[in-house]
Design a protein. Structure first.
Length: 320
């Protein structure tokens, strides 16, 4: 039970307050944070949609049982922590001008809901590409990988935004993706320096990956040599982790997955030595290249026509 004016952050990342209603604001903002409220006897709990950030101040307004409202200010203690860092893997690979997304990998879980304020895309002349990103913010479960979507309405040929505003990327041009030094981890620690990643726009890609042009060789039995697959073009590096599986019968071959820096190849180093036998490489047909073309159809397919889901594709090899 909370005392009359006690407001606190519990160990589950919720704000607890006495009374029957509660609203939470970041600093002196006029709009309350999104979240859910649950009630427990004479107290309420607020669970934020996005994690609270250490070092930030919050204003908690809560209503007592007699209907009166009170206000308390909380400032979460910023613990001592290392500066977070960020990398953009596979940035040495030219992106097709109609690319759909990039991935940013942070060393720590990051503050969410602010990426449009922390990331800008610049042309070589220093001007900002306005409206470059879709507002959808997609984080990995651990809060360390951000999928940065380029606006599909501008990247898809012939639709209104593409025609009116032009594409985000233009073939042959170079761009700087800038990450603000002020972006904080959920522990409240900022990056501390500005990060810049170069993006080179190559020719647009409207073709599906071609399985017939993939190359691989079966490893030898009794070894832990990697199964190495070379693709006909760079594929989506994040999707590769879940879209390719190696099976022996109904058993999946466990091991360590490695993806090349140019996103053109995938390798599996088995946890144990390869035994004699037949194996299947099971591939999700929705595996995409960097422009969103998957094994089933190109990105710019006529969406008015229904598409039948394709079964998983299988490549077979023998270990001898």
């Amino acid at each position: 039970m909370l005392h009359a004016a006690e407001v606190r952050l519990n160990d589950r990342g919720q704000i607890e307050a006495p009374g029957k209603e509660v609203r939470v604001f970041r600093g002196e903002a006029a709009t309350p944070l999104f979240g859910s409220v649950s009630k427990d006897h004479d107290s309420v709990r607020f669970t934020p949609s996005l994690p609270f950030v250490a070092g930030e101040s919050y204003r908690v307004e809560f209503q007592s049982t007699d209907g009166t409202w009170s206000t308390k200010h909380l400032r979460f203690v910023r613990p001592k922590a290392e500066l977070p860092t960020v990398v953009m893997r596979h940035s040495d690979t030219p992106f097709p001008a109609n690319a759909l997304k990039f991935y940013l990998h942070f060393s720590q879980a990051m503050e969410q809901g602010v990426f449009l304020e922390r990331i800008t895309l610049h042309r070589l002349d220093g001007s900002v590409v306005q409206g470059a990103f879709r507002e959808t913010e997609l984080w990995s479960p651990d809060g360390k990988r951000l999928t940065l979507w380029l606006h599909p309405g501008r990247q898809k040929t012939g639709v209104n935004l593409n025609t009116d505003d032009g594409p985000v990327l233009v073939e042959g041009e170079r761009y700087r993706l800038k990450i603000a030094a002020s972006w904080r981890s959920t522990e409240g620690v900022p990056l501390g320096k500005k990060y810049t990643f170069w993006i080179i726009a190559a020719a647009p890609d409207h073709q599906c990956p071609d399985l017939k042009r993939w190359k691989f060789a079966a490893p030898k039995r009794g070894t832990r040599d990697p199964l190495h697959i070379l693709f006909d073009e760079p594929l989506d590096p994040a999707m590769m982790h879940s879209a390719l599986h190696v099976r022996s019968g109904d058993q999946e071959v466990k091991g360590a997955i490695h993806i090349a820096s140019d996103a053109r190849s995938w390798s599996l180093v088995p946890a144990v030595e390869w035994p004699l036998g037949r194996y299947d490489i099971v591939i999700d047909p929705l595996l995409e290249d960097l422009a969103g073309n998957n094994l089933q159809h190109p990105f710019e397919v006529d969406r008015d026509q229904p598409l039948k889901p394709a079964p998983a594709t299988t490549l077979r090899f023998e270990v001898r």
